[in-house]
Each structure stands twice: as C-alpha cells, then as structure tokens.
Design a protein around this ligand. Structure first.
Ligand code: ADP
Ligand code: MG
Length: 649
C-alpha cells in the first residue's frame, strides 16, 4: 500500500514469532480460541465503558456486541470480526508490535532450551501471535471510536506495516482479523471443523458468535423465477437464536466441500430439466449459548461443560485438578466458580511479583469489570487459582482504586479463601475414599504392603502447589490452623523414594512417642544432607520421627507456625535440644559425670578455637559421630543463617 508505514517488532516479539513459526506444533487449534478470546476481551471493554457513557456504543449495528467468523475458500482466508473497542493507530503499534504479557521472558528462556516447545506454547498462551501457527500473513482492520480506520499487516518477518484504510469496507467499530492460511493449514477453512472448534473452545464466551454457513440450493430459473426468488429471499434472512437448530440441520444435510454439487432429489430426472441452477446461500448461524455458565444450576452443568469453561478462562488445555461452583450469601451475594489448574502458570514461582497476578475475573451483573486486580480477590498464596466472581452488590461505575479498597470485596475475598481451602481438603477426602475402596477390593489379597503408597490426588496437588500452601502459613494468620493441616513433609519415617509417601502433621502427632513434647525438625539444602546429618543419629536410634525441611521457604514457615494443635516445633540442631522428659532424667546423671571427666578436653578446645565458637560442651545427642557444630538456642539455625546471608537480611 502506497501509504504504508513500516515498523519493527520488539525483539521479544521476533523471538516469540520464531518459536511459533518454527515449532512443529501438535495442537494448532488453539489459535482460534486465542483470537476469539481477544475479540471477547475487546467487547468486554466497550461494554464496560458504555456503562458510564452509553453513547460510546453507537446505534443500530454498531451497538450489537458480537463476533463473526467467516471462511473464504476461494481466497484461502479466515476472518474473525468483532464489534468491540477496536484499536487506535497508537494501540496497533503498541499492542500488536510489543508483548506486555507477564512471564514472557521466563517463557522465551525456557522455550530456547526446550526441544519440544508445543507444550510450553500451550501453557504460555501466545495470544494474538498464535495466528501465525496457521497463517503466513495476517491483516488486521480496526476502528476505534477515537480514531480513523486502519490496517495493520505482517507476513511474520521482522516488520509490520500500518496504513489508514480509506478504501476498505468501513467497520462501524471493532476489529477484523484476516488470516491468510498456510498451505498446510487449509483444513481451517472447513465449515464442520471450524464449527466444531468454536463450539468446543468458545462455547462460554459471553457474546454471540456467528458463523457464516454456505448452503448450496437449487433454484428455478424460468417461468417460476419470481416465485422462486421470493421463497429464497425469505430463507436467506439471517437466522436468529430460535432458528439455529434448523439451520444447522440443513447445513449437515448439504454438508459438502464441493460447492458445485447439484442438489437433486435422486430420481435423476431433474438433471434433464434446464430450468434449474444451483446457488450459494450465505447465512449466519449462532454457535454458542452465551448464557453465563455460573448463573446456571450446577446440577444441570455437565463435567464437559465445566472443563470447557475452564479451558476458556485458564487458557490451558486439560482437566483442572478440582473445581468449586458456589453462591456466596449473606452480606454480599455473589456467584463464583473456582478451579485448581492442572499446572501452575509459567512463572508462578520464579519470583517477580509481576508474574504472580491472580486470574480471577470479576463481573458485576454479568459485565466483566476487570481481571487485572492485584490480590484484591485472592491473597498472593492463592494466586494460582483461576475462575470468576459475579456479584450484583458491587457498584458498577466506581473506579478500580475504590473497588480495591471496598469492604464488599473483602467479604468476597474471605469467602473465596475458605472455598479455596475447602477445595484442597476435598482432594484429600477423595484420596481417603479411594483408599477405602481399594482396601475393600484388596481384602482377600495379602502381603501387599511393600507395594508403596497408592497414587494420591492430594500429593499430586502438593507437588505442584506446596510452596503456595507454605506461603499461606506465613501470610494468612487468620487461616493458619486450617492451612497447617494441608502441609506435607518428608520425614525420617517416610520412604523418601516413594513419590506418594508423605506425612501430614496429624500423621506425625499420631506417631509421636509418649514422652515426646515437641515436633522435631531438621533442615538442610537437600534430602541427602539432612538424612546423613549427625544430629539425627540418636533421635532415630531412639525411634523419634523428624521432619525434613529442604526448601528455603520451610524455615520461614516453621518460624511463623508457633505450634500445631498446641505442640511446639523444635529444631534438632539447636543448642538446647533435649529429648522428652523421662529421657532427660536418665541422661542428666550420665552427662554430669561425662562433663566432669572431659572438662580438660572441652577447656582445651575452647582455648584453641577462641572466638570461632561460643562454647564447647559435652553432648548427649550423638551416637556415631565425634562432634557436631550447633547453633545457639535463641539464634537462627545454621541453615537459616545461610538463607539469611543469601538474601542479605
Ligand atoms: P492479551 O490478550 O493477553 O493481552 P494478546 O497477544 O492476545 O494478549 O493481545 C495483545 C493485545 O492486542 C491485547 O491486549 C489487545 O490490547 C490487543 N488486541 C488483540 N486483539 C484485539 C481485538 N480483537 N480488538 C481489540 N484489541 C485487540
Ligand atoms: Mg489474548
């Protein structure tokens, strides 16, 4: 185009495009979900703005908020059109030339190292650029209320162009994406395939999605010409909701890729009559239900529907680990669906706060207000949950800042936390039920004990999100007791080679020795070094159980957990460490004698080591090793000191 102006993509976009174009991507279908979700986002934005200024919506067709999908077989293009907010020229440059998505760098780094990126791409959700999974050239035509109509184009090289669209078909408002499909992606022009994909991935989009269907019909040409046309024009009128089913059926009857096919009633005689010809008829078919799923009765919602809704909001393929669909009642009424994703989002634990934003969408009376809150709906440690909240009790046109501080949101937040924690517990319950079932089945068989612990949904969850639970112990004081029940540990009495053998604190308490008055723990940088530690020797010999803490967050957590059901925690590497009461009496007399006997040695060592140690004394904690370096009762443990140094507290 003569007016076209050329721009460079941001470096990250180029790297992302390289990955998209060069990966052998097994599931390219996701592009459609991404693009329809962008259309839906754009519609959400204009609908939200129109709440405070209805003029923004325009009139007539412009006011209709909808998505249209159209395949043009002759041109080899697929079009997705929305009447959403559209983009100004500046928006185009910024939104489709740079990438602001959190976690991008983490993703690019991983993708560069990975052999097969397809899984990563799916997890990351490449958004707009996923168009290049199937297209080698993309045209974006867009009209924003505040600007003229523009065209953005790129053939996936390092550049894109923009020009004002003076001659194109005017859009009242919104965006049209035209994908020029690659040779090997022509399947995405197939009506049945497209309809199936849209139904599968986008059925819970809250705006109507229309698909242009082509029907080949026979029309008479001669004497009945007038009558025929009348009949056909009646059939041609766009089909609304009620007619959806019939139009689909018709479509299936004539379901054919061959557009020249002649429809005949099979007796072969029609073919001889020169008075008929075939014609292509286009009509729009509504593909989705667009009644928000959360407003429906859970009893009427199938497992598939829940999963499909999850895929749409989490933008993750696969089944969630658990879900909860509930109504909040009382001071604030709301509905919510929460899911535990099958995988933690890329970057959840990589450390920067930017990457830990929650994925809860807030709707007020079915209108999406925002999904960009920072921990206003869920605390940081539950940031991995995805879902929606819809409430009638939130004023719709208050600013985001005011919303952030609103009491209503606080109430909702408290309930969401409860429900989240309940969901985790429900995984445990499911495990218990499984075990019971298995035990019944296994009753006759015997000697199966060495087979290891059964697979556990909860431990799978723990392996994925355990860090978040530990963070919860630290940060959520009001639910600390509840959260502590969710903790799992490797201990001296679990088989650390068995992926499913972990201990809860309840397990630990049940196994405690009679004279034991503390929960013992020992920390180190990895399991091996903890297990081999001389501190453990005597305890294990005497049959005490010790929790193994190997993650940096573990000690922070224990320090924030004063006790469990009244029993305090104790590091076995602390200077004042003592066994249980009875034990103490016995040991006392013995150690007194020993102390006396070895006084010259301890004195000598202290003199030799000087300031390097605070004291040298006889210990009753060892059975094999000669000596051990321990820390002061009131100081940090050795492990903690290493962590503190690393973090420069
Ligand atoms: P995300 O949707 O996560 O923001 P995308 O890569 O999917 O990331 O899209 C990038 C941006 O491009 C969007 O944030 C939006 O600003 C803009 N955009 C994409 N598609 C549309 C559309 N159909 N209408 C308006 N803006 C769009
Ligand atoms: Mg997107």
């Amino acid at each position: 185009h003569p007016d076209a102006q050329k721009f460079q993509f941001q470096a990250e976009v180029n790297r992302l495009m390289d990955i998209i174009i060069n990966s052998l991507y097994s599931n390219r279908d996701v592009f459609l979900r991404e693009l329809i979700s962008n259309a839906s986002d754009a519609l959400d934005k204009i609908r939200f703005l129109a709440l405070s200024d209805s003029k923004l919506l325009g009139e007539g067709d412009a006011a209709k908020l909808e998505i249209k999908v159209r395949a043009d077989k002759h041109a080899g293009t697929l079009e997705i059109t929305d009447s959403g907010i559209g983009m100004t020229r500046d928006d185009l440059i910024k939104n489709l030339g740079t990438i602001a998505k959190s976690g991008t760098n983490a993703f690019l780094k991983k993708a560069a190292e990975a052999k097969d990126t397809s899984n990563l791409i799916g997890q990351f959700g490449v958004g707009f650029y996923s168009a290049y999974l199937v297209a080698d050239h993309v045209t974006v035509t867009t009209k924003h209320n505040d600007d003229k109509q523009y065209v953005w184009e790129s053939g996936a090289e390092q550049t894109f162009t923009i020009y004002e669209d003076k001659d194109g078909e005017p859009l009242l408002r919104g965006t049209r994406l035209t994908l020029h499909l690659k040779d090997d992606a022509q399947e995405y022009l197939d009506e049945a395939k497209l309809k199936d994909l849209i139904k599968r991935y986008s059925q819970f989009i809250n705006f109507p999605i229309f698909f242009e269907t082509t029907e080949v019909v026979e029309v008479q040409v001669e004497e009945d010409a007038e009558e025929g046309e009348q009949a056909s024009s009646e059939e041609e009128k766009p089909k609304g909701d009620e007619e959806t089913d019939t139009s689909e059926e018709k479509d299936e009857e004539t379901d054919s890729d061959d557009e020249d096919i002649k429809v005949s009633d099979g007796d072969g005689e029609d073919d001889k009559k020169p008075k008929t010809k075939t014609e292509e008829r286009k009509s729009w078919t509504l593909l989705n239900e667009n009644k928000p799923i959360w407003t429906r009765d859970p009893n009427d919602i199938s497992e598939e529907e829940y999963t499909s809704f999850y895929e749409g909001i989490a933008k993750l393929p696969g089944k969630p680990l658990a879900r909860s669909h509930f109504k909040g009642e009382g001071d604030v009424e709301f509905r919510s669906i929460l899911y535990i994703p099958d995988k933690p989002p890329v970057g959840l634990y990589s450390g920067t706060t930017e990457e830990e934003k929650e994925a809860i969408k807030l709707y007020v009376r079915r209108v999406l207000v925002t999904d960009k809150f920072e921990y206003a709906l869920l605390p940081r440690y539950l940031g991995f949950l995805v879902g929606i909240v819809d409430s009638d009790d939130i004023p719709i046109n208050v600013s985001r800042e005011m919303l952030q501080q609103s009491k209503t949101l606080d109430i909702i937040k408290r309930k969401l936390i409860r429900k989240g924690l309940e969901m985790f517990r429900s995984l445990m319950k499911q495990d218990e039920e499984e075990v019971e079932k298995k035990e019944d089945e296994d009753e006759e068989k015997d000697g199966d004990e060495k087979a290891g612990k059964p697979k556990s949904k909860y431990i799978d969850f723990w392996n994925k999100y355990g860090k978040s639970i530990k963070l919860g112990v630290i940060e959520d004081t009001s639910n600390r007791g509840r959260i502590a029940k969710l903790l799992r540990f490797r201990t001296s009495k679990t088989n650390t080679d068995d992926p499913y053998d972990w201990a809860s604190l309840d397990n630990y308490m049940d196994r405690m020795k009679k004279d034991q008055d503390h929960i013992y723990y020992h920390s180190g940088s990895d399991l091996a070094s903890v297990q081999e530690s001389p501190f453990l020797e005597k305890l294990l010999k005497k049959g005490y159980e010790v929790l193994y803490l190997t993650e940096p967050i573990d000690e922070h957590m224990i320090m924030n957990l004063p006790d469990y059901d009244g029993t305090k925690f104790m590091s076995i590497s602390k200077d004042n460490f003592k066994f249980g009461e009875k034990d103490q009496e016995e040991e006392k007399t013995k150690s007194k004698a020993l102390k006396k006997k070895f006084k010259p040695l301890t004195k000598f060592l202290k003199e030799k080591l000087g300031d390097k140690v605070s004291k040298v004394k006889i210990s009753n904690r060892l059975s094999q090793s000669v000596c051990v370096l321990s820390t002061d009762q009131y100081g940090y443990s050795a492990r903690m000191e290493i962590i503190m140094k690393a973090q420069a507290f």
